[in-house]
Design a protein around this ligand. Structure first.
Ligand code: PMP
Length: 341
């Protein structure tokens, strides 16, 4: 019998799921790590857990303290889950373009939300700068301390994956793994997991799957962080610059995945695997298929199933939204979507 003392202990140890269709199509074994099964339903629960527990160890956070973070949503949910269980409050700065479902979930989890217009990082009012300024301001008045999560710069974010995601993948594959691929939001997942796996076996190919508009494809392919043209409807991924966290990643190669390539993958997972997942997972699985084709048949490739699709009902799974982005409405949605077509 295994009993977790609290929700924090229930974060991690997610199963690997063989993706049948992707495996059959490539002759490889493609495995998805089911991060949507974390209590906060995303891979970012791990970052939330490590950033808070490491801050506690350093004495940066006292009971009743405030956790402040700038986030596309999932890190905020992860932090709010852990904060609630350990007696902290959360204040989240989020770009107003993020899905309503993530914002609703954050509020339900008890987070105070500050919505700001989505602006590029170069703009001083980009949500990341607003979050930093707010944290500094609140530090003056909060009696029990303020932790600014600072996920792009906070190495505890990558440590979460070095100490949990990487070891779990190694353990659950019995070391029989030839490739690992995932996309980058802060790069915590890619950095921590790649560092662990490379230490175990430097022959494992580590790849980055990048959406259009981000700069990681150019960084890992050609050595300079330069944004690729266009954009993507994926959320939570798409880093435009080199940060302290991504700098620690050990990456061999990269793939640029257009929306037209990964959206069908999301619907394939829904129709054939019983998995309803978010856009970044589409980028990851499409990337795993590309990596499988590059490495050749018989290989085992692991990727991340980042978050639950119920976070994107109003977008990726909404025909009107898809049409507004000039993306085809998948037949599956015409038949099974809740919203009228
Ligand atoms: N997928 C989703 C849905 C996310 O929210 C995030 C984090 N923002 C990621 C992937 C990427 O995770 P990381 O920050 O570890 O790169």
């Amino acid at each position: 019998m295994t009993i977790n003392n609290d929700v924090v202990q229930a974060i991690g140890n997610t199963p690997l799921i063989k993706l049948r269709h992707a495996s059959e199509a490539t002759g490889c074994t493609i495995l998805g790590k089911a991060e949507f099964m974390n209590p906060g339903q995303s891979v970012k629960d791990r970052a939330g857990k490590w950033m808070i527990l490491e801050a506690e160890k350093r004495g940066d956070l006292k009971p009743g303290g405030l956790v402040v973070e700038a986030t596309a949503g999932n890190t905020g949910i992860g932090l709010a889950v852990v904060a609630s269980a350990r007696g902290y409050r959360t204040l989240i700065v989020i770009p107003d373009t993020q899905s309503q479902e993530k914002k609703d979930m954050l509020r339900l989890c008890g987070a105070e939300l500050v919505e700001v217009p989505a602006l590029p990082f170069s703009n001083p009012n980009c949500y990341q700068h607003v979050g930093k300024r707010l944290a500094a301001q609140l530090r003056k008045t909060e009696p029990n301390g303020v932790l600014f999560g600072d996920q792009w710069n906070n190495l505890d974010n990558a440590k979460a994956h070095y100490e949990s995601t990487g070891p779990e993948i190694w353990r659950d594959t019995g070391g029989k793994i030839d490739g690992f691929i995932c996309s980058v939001g802060t790069g915590g997942t890619l950095a921590g997991t790649s560092r662990y796996l490379k230490e175990k076996n430097k022959g494992i190919t580590i790849a980055c799957a990048d959406p259009h508009g981000a700069a990681m494809y150019e960084l890992f392919k050609n050595g300079t962080a330069k944004s690729t043209p266009g954009g993507s409807i994926s959320e939570g991924i798409g880093l435009g610059r080199v940060t302290p966290v991504i700098e620690t990643a050990k990456v061999d190669t990269a793939f640029l995945i257009p929306d037209e390539e990964w959206v069908p993958v999301i619907y394939d997972l829904l129709e054939h695997e019983g998995l309803c997942l978010g856009g970044s997972t589409g980028v990851n699985v499409a990337g795993a298929i590309r990596l499988a084709r590059q490495l050749g048949p018989g290989k085992t490739i692991v990727t991340i199933l980042c978050d639950s699709g119920n976070r994107y009902q109003s977008k990726l799974f909404n025909p009107e939204f898809m049409r507004s982005k000039n993306l085809p409405v998948p037949a599956w949605l015409e038949k099974h979507g809740k919203i009228d077509v």
